[in-house]
Design a protein around this ligand. Sequence first.
Ligand SMILES: NC(=O)c1ccc[n+]([C@@H]2O[C@H](COP(=O)([O-])OP(=O)(O)OC[C@H]3O[C@@H](n4cnc5c(N)ncnc54)[C@H](O)[C@@H]3O)[C@@H](O)[C@H]2O)c1
Ligand SMILES: [Fe+2]
Length: 395
Amino acid sequence: MMNNLNNSQTIGPFSFSTVPHVLCEPGAAKQIGSQVAQRFPTARRALIVTDAGFLKTGLVDAPIASLRAANLSVSIFSDVVADPPEAVILQAVADARSKEIDLVIGLGGGSSMDVAKLIAVLAGSEQDLKSMYGIGNVKGGRLPLVQVPTTAGTGSEVTPISIVTTGETTKMGVVSPQLYADLAILDATLTIGLPPKVTAATGIDAMVHAIEAYTSRHKKNPLSDMLARQALGLLANNLVAACEDGKNLAARQAMLFGALLAGQAFANAPVAAVHALAYPIGGIFHVPHGLSNSLVLPHVLRFNAPQAAHLYAELAEIVAPQATGSAEARTSALIDTLETMAQQVGIETRLRQVGIAESDLDRLADDAMLQTRLLTNNPREITRADARAIYAEAL
Ligand SMILES: NC(=O)c1ccc[n+]([C@@H]2O[C@H](COP(=O)([O-])OP(=O)(O)OC[C@H]3O[C@@H](n4cnc5c(N)ncnc54)[C@H](O)[C@@H]3O)[C@@H](O)[C@H]2O)c1
Ligand SMILES: [Fe+2]
């Protein structure tokens, strides 16, 4: 793999933050009790935040037993739903307060981990959730927070971001350093039952995090670049294997690690137009986050290519190493490979397949333009007409 940090390159000013401890090992969730006891010896009452789907797998039993063996009492909040609305968060916070919880554990996909973050900051705070939206608006501290992802996708275990569904269809982000967890645990045994389509969509979400971090307009930095490249290699090389055989533990652990690295990258070099255009698809049509991203990915990359081909060509060396020729040619090879991968793993590739019609495109374009936090990071400026044209290409 080419080293993109050449030694004569000037290192521009940048800052970088991440979660201080990562434990990466199949079976590691069984150590959660000893981990917590060692790091937070005064914690007594843990809250596990998950959703009903994951609870049903029975995979919460081992971490619960491990926490109890370390003398912690354990409560479970399992009412998280995909793309969590404000009401769910407020209910969870009330629950945590009434039980005098002193440690929060997110155990699930991005939705559960995002709710866990907000419980940790809200449970001991007077601040209103509504005043937290945006960047840097959380005041005060939080309860100890451990994140255990069960999808290899969002990287939420290492990001300072929580995404909340605020209205009928709109999503907003709380982005604050307090949302970085104390510890992230990557245990592939928790992901072996993740259905192939969810594996595919969440895995492509992680690939998008790496790609968009690498081309992020204002905060692209050499550490995020290294992480994004390493992430993309792991994800691209293991996605199909993890979809074809969910029990392939090596592929599953590699996917979890790739998703974490991509999360570290985009926590510091934020995502852009793929996510901005994906959010309305999820919000209005209830399409899962990863799939929404995957549907618009190739079309946004083609739109961005006039400005970003030199960077996409560098990523092509990782995803489509056989590609040669100009930066434009290698960019095309990257996009073609990503499209082929989406077909191989059997997820929908056209907006029509998820119930979207031509008559919906204006509304999608209007909503996408509201995602100014994300659009500002895109390597090429996007007008409303551009957004509509990209959706039309994806139809
Ligand atoms: N905080 C961030 O940095 C960040 C980044 C990207 C996305 N997000 C948010 O994360 C959410 C999406 O998260 P997600 O894609 O991980 O999906 P999810 O958490 O919504 O879970 C999707 C489905 O998978 C099931 N599931 C999860 N793990 C499973 C397992 N191991 N076995 C069987 N079933 C399992 C769940 O029950 C659920 O039905 C969205 O709300 C999105 O906006 C957050
Ligand atoms: Fe994402």
